[in-house]
Design a protein around this ligand. Structure first.
Ligand SMILES: Cc1cc2nc3c(=O)[nH]c(=O)nc-3n(C[C@H](O)[C@H](O)[C@H](O)COP(=O)(O)OP(=O)(O)OC[C@H]3O[C@@H](n4cnc5c(N)ncnc54)[C@H](O)[C@@H]3O)c2cc1C
Length: 652
């Protein structure tokens, strides 16, 4: 067989030629990604979202930063946009507030502004074809059963307590996380079936494909107890590596004798976990591939770029004998001072993650767009997208609209308003507003607002976002997981470094799967980092990789990896996969300062996010980026700050 024939044969076995839901498909009406952005007028107001059939949560294929959402922004960044912009139409529409970004921060900003100015008219613009930003809903109908998964933001948690502002907002939306946690059945069925964590050792990294249950990632931790020595006995690792992993996991030696807890913590904050294992624990370098991806999901980089102290706080092993005093560790600019211990929950999550928070905010802003009244019924509510942008409403959300310019009218110190330009379906439009909040990605702001002071633009450029991919895969059944006794897989050498069965959560009329015979969603996570480079460079390189990777490659890797990992459970990738949605977040988590690469002695008021978010005339800046914290509470807090800045100014 030629290489081509052999690839075709492999692809056939993997099921690449099977007809599944992987192309963009909109309520029975096939709409190519391009059509969503370049189609001529075909809704009431001339945009796809004005069609009654428009319902992006069910779209499969390449989602997250979907094709059509980023091309305009990249042209603006590269200086190509204005040279080729076709048409500039002044809509002569005047709003009280225009917000760039319909993520949690932009939606919260609209909510807070309406509290301060109840009759305010607000326009929210977002470059994606759905609202919510990272808080994105993936909705599947597998054998006619509604299955939900988070395409991005999942948990209402944070390393610090939710502020009074953020917890009050949740409360006003009806979200009482503690009460909801009691009501939902989590992890339920997986514990009953005794499914636990596992690790997949791949042949390319470890010499042999082998799935070893007992240790690794899982939601349920309800699997059979397997000791580290029993687990390691089955692992394809050399004896010396096994001994060192056992020492790291269960040893009680103090590797830093003679230092106080504070001195140890200080040193651990300045070295990577990789260097801690190699230089302080003196482990054999062969342990590194086993631990390398343990920090991928949390921080988007491997253990080479993550401070050992953060890894201790996250519960990684090796620190047992160091007797470090418990206590929060704070990343720059994120001290807990002034925060109340309220709100948030690491236990409760909505079946579509924090997309439900975005949907509740939309209900509060435009009730007709989100039927229902309770925090439970929002989960199954079908959003009415053609209500989002009606002239009769005080708040309008306009999707597939990239903000390309925001300019104070007059000098920023005496500005009486802002002109905002946005691009939609190949046209450029201009609107005016009393004020503007850029609740969108901060490093893009210098291109939108080139009049900003140079120092502020430089600071904004430093907030390099963290790329990552969450793939939602619909499976016909989950017998293979059940047979292997696993609910999650840690796969440190593979393309996707973790795989989970959808975590059960029952709320309102939404019921999670009850039996391995039923279809289920799983989530596979890829973090495209480049070990060895400084953190920001890893993120930049990862972003280029994601944008250059085709849907076909993501899919082939899903099929190949699931087939290899679940082989002994009888999994057949050609038969068992029903649907694939790739949530590609080239611009994912907000950048959080890292003592390995950032100067921790920088005074608070000189931190890039603090310098970068300074109000400029009637334009101000929100988004979790401006809090340098990749969490929902940060997105809400920064929205509140931005609104207060404007309201104070407007009242002068
Ligand atoms: C995969 C993933 C998982 C996560 N999991 C969690 C979690 O479990 N818990 C948690 O607390 N946080 C999580 N986060 C962090 C998440 O970023 C925040 O919680 C929060 O959702 C951020 O909201 P935001 O509004 O600040 O930003 P975003 O959600 O990024 O929203 C900003 C919006 O602005 C839009 N935009 C950008 N530029 C423009 C422009 N020029 N014109 C118009 N619109 C523009 C963007 O496309 C986006 O829709 C996760 C993030 C990712 C990527």
């Amino acid at each position: 067989m030629t290489d081509k024939e052999s690839k075709q044969a492999d692809d056939h076995e993997l099921g690449m030629d099977r007809k599944i839901d992987r192309r963009d498909f909109l309520n029975g009406l096939a709409v190519s990604a391009l059509a969503l952005t370049t189609a001529p007028a075909f809704g009431a107001d001339g945009a796809p979202q004005d069609l009654p059939t428009y319902y992006p949560p069910v779209l499969n294929g390449m989602r997250g930063d979907n094709p059509g959402s980023f091309e305009v922004a990249h042209a603006l960044r590269d200086g190509r946009f204005w040279a080729t912009a076709k048409h500039f139409e002044d809509l002569n529409h005047v709003y009280d507030l225009v917000i760039s970004g319909a993520g949690i921060s932009g939606l919260s900003a609209a909510y807070f502004y309406r509290q301060a100015v109840p009759d305010a008219r607000i326009l929210i613009l977002d470059n994606h074809d759905d609202f919510g930003g990272h808080a994105r809903r993936n909705e599947f109908h597998l054998r006619h059963h509604l299955e939900l998964l988070n395409g991005g933001t999942m948990l209402i948690d944070s390393p610090r307590p939710y502020s009074r502002v953020a917890s009050t907002l949740l409360d006003e939306l009806g979200i009482k996380p503690t009460a909801l946690a009691k009501a939902c059945d989590r992890p339920g069925i997986y514990r009953e079936l005794k499914l636990g964590g596992s690790t997949f050792f791949d042949a390319e990294t470890f010499g042999q494909d082998k799935l070893v249950p007992g240790q690794g990632m899982s939601w349920a931790n309800g699997g059979k107890h397997v000791s580290w020595s029993d687990f390691l006995q089955q692992a394809p690792l050399s004896d010396v590596v096994k001994q060192d992993i056992l020492r790291i996991e269960t040893g009680t030696e103090d590797y830093m004798p003679g230092l106080t807890s504070d001195e140890k913590k200080d040193r651990l904050s300045r070295i990577s976990y990789r260097d801690f294992l190699l230089d302080i624990v003196k482990a054999n370098p062969g342990v590194i591939p086993f631990y390398q991806a343990r920090t991928h999901g949390e921080w988007g980089v491997g253990i080479d770029a993550e401070p050992a102290l953060d890894c201790w706080a996250m519960g990684l092993p090796g620190f047992q004998g160091l007797h470090l005093k418990p206590g929060a560790i704070h990343r720059m600019g994120n001290t807990a001072a002034g925060y109340e211990a309220t709100g948030g929950s690491a236990k409760f999550h909505f079946p579509d993650g924090n997309a439900s928070i975005a949907r509740l905010l939309v209900r509060a802003l435009i009730p007709a767009a989100m039927p229902g009244h309770t925090v439970e019924d929002v989960v199954t509510a079908k959003a009415v997208y053609d209500e989002l942008d009606r002239a009769t409403q005080a708040v309008r959300i306009r999707l597939s609209s990239t903000v390309v310019g925001a300019r104070n009218i007059g000098h920023p110190d005496s500005s009486q308003g802002v002109e905002i330009a946005y691009s939609r379906m190949g046209e450029v439009y201009r609107v005016r507003a009393k004020s503007c909040i850029l609740a969108s990605w901060n490093m893009m702001i210098p291109y939108i607002c080139p009049e900003l002071p140079e120092k502020q633009k430089e600071a904004l450029h430093q907030l390099v976002k963290v790329p990552l991919v969450y793939v939602s895969v619909g499976l016909r059944n989950w017998h293979a997981f059940d047979r292997l006794g696993i609910s999650g897989i840690y796969s440190p050498g593979s393309y996707y470094s973790s795989t989970f069965l959808n975590m059960p959560v029952d709320i309102g009329s939404y019921k999670s799967v009850r039996s391995p015979d039923e279809p289920i969603l799983i989530q596979m996570v890829r973090t495209p980092c480049k070990p060895g480079l400084p953190e920001r460079d890893q993120h930049r390189a990862g972003r280029y990789e994601l944008l250059a990777t085709s849907l076909e490659t993501f899919e082939r890797n899903v099929r190949n990896q699931l087939g290899r990992m679940l082989k002994d459970g009888g999994f057949n990738p050609a038969e068992d996969i029903m649907a694939i949605t790739v949530n590609r977040w080239a611009h994912g988590y907000a950048y959080e300062y890292n003592p390995l690469f950032d100067n921790f002695n920088t005074p608070y008021d000189q931190l890039p996010n603090v310098v970068g978010r300074k109000r400029f005339g009637r334009i101000t800046i929100a988004n979790s980026d401006s809090g340098a914290a990749a969490y929902t509470d940060s997105a809400i807090d920064q929205a509140h700050r931005a609104v207060q800045e404007l309201v104070t100014l407007e009242r002068l």
